[in-house]
Design a protein around this ligand. Structure first.
Ligand code: MTE
Ligand code: MO
Length: 324
């Protein structure tokens, strides 16, 4: 496995992960009992970073798909090894090195519950869902709120097609994703100050946007567990935390959902989370980003460079906190 070397601007990740720093504060307030008051500061968090015993990497199915040339990354594609070994998946670990722990994820069989305000609620197996969906490849840029970025060839289908299949009712204003929360395989769920299950949401407009993409594979193969197998979403104009992994439920709702990070710290993470270099996170700048696997630091673009697809959706929403 490639070991990523830390660059000058990075603090060792176990101390520096922005979410981890925030968690430190939160845990100090809420988690003294859970974590053990007597332990020295860092030792307290040791358990949060240690992974379950490493398992062999699960085999991935070949998933070749026609590339849709409408969506080009505009950057060199990130080396696959980088994209599948540097992850955020808090259910498994707060560390970026969670490949070993994530292999515990049972990805087959998998079904998705489509529910809420729609005419065709259903629980559908992933294989059956894929038979109904136009599967293609798209190269997207991904921008994490922590300022790292990657460019990935995803395999999947438009979220709009799933929405169409469900026939949402007019009262439906939001699509809500709920992701797997399995205590038996996910050690992170033991950290009870987190608002599990990991939940995310979009407006109906956003869910029907051309760019919103349900993902089942990357680099021509099925998703590995650590990247959100077997079904995740990719929303490249938003910070990465909106792109929920290992989705088990898609719900149509009249109510705006409270998402995972917003639930944890609403002064730092909001519902919209659109990428904007001019709006800093309360604790760091969003002006630039670093590309996984390189030392290059490049300017961040508003909407992560996808304004032509998405900017129109927000023109009447200037009163909303669109960029956090
Ligand atoms: N269920 C779940 N989905 C998640 C996360 C998570 O911790 N749990 N992390 C998010 C964040 S912060 C990012 S940047 C991306 C990372 O996806 P990757 O590991 O495939 O790069 O997943 C997002 N989706
Ligand atoms: Mo992220």
């Amino acid at each position: 496995m490639l070991i990523r070397t830390l660059r000058g601007w990075e603090i060792p990740e176990r101390l520096a992960t922005p979410e981890a720093l925030m968690l430190g504060r939160r845990a100090a307030l809420a988690g003294a009992a859970t974590l053990g008051l007597a332990a020295p500061a860092h030792a307290q968090f040791g358990g949060l970073f240690s992974s379950a015993p490493a398992r062999p990497e699960q085999p991935r199915k070949l998933m070749p798909a026609q590339r849709n040339e409408k969506f080009v990354g505009g950057r060199v594609i990130t080396e696959e090894r980088q994209a599948i070994t540097y992850n955020n998946f808090y259910e498994f670990s707060m560390s970026k090195s969670l490949v070993g722990a994530a292999q515990a994820l049972v990805v087959d069989p998998w079904s998705v519950e489509i529910t809420g305000l729609c005419a065709k609620p259903q629980k559908i197996g992933l294989e059956d869902l894929l038979k109904k969906m136009p599967v293609e490849e798209r190269v997207y840029r991904h921008r994490c709120v922590e300022t790292w970025a990657m460019t990935v060839p995803w395999v999947g289908f438009p979220l709009a097609k799933l929405v169409e299949m469900a026939e949402p009712k007019p009262e439906a204003k939001y699509v809500v994703f709920t992701t797997l929360a399995d205590k038996a395989t996910m050690p992170g769920l033991g950290q009870r100050f987190y608002p599990w299950p990991y939940t995310e949401g979009l407006t109906m407009d956003e869910a029907r946007n051309d760019l919103a993409f349900m993902v089942v594979g990357m680099y021509g193969k099925s998703l590995p567990p650590q990247n959100g197998a077997p079904l995740r979403v990719a929303l490249p104009w938003k910070y990465g935390f909106k792109s929920a992994k290992s989705i088990v439920k898609v719900e149509f709702s009249a109510k705006r959902p409270m998402s995972f990070w917003e639930g944890l710290q609403d002064s730092e993470y909001g519902f919209w989370a659109n990428v904007n270099p001019a709006v800093p996170h309360p604790r760091w700048s969003q002006a630039t980003e670093t590309l996984l696997g390189s030392d290059e630091r490049v300017p961040t673009k508003i909407w992560n460079g996808y304004g032509e697809f998405v900017a129109d959706m927000y023109k009447d929403l200037s009163k909303e906190k669109l960029y956090m």
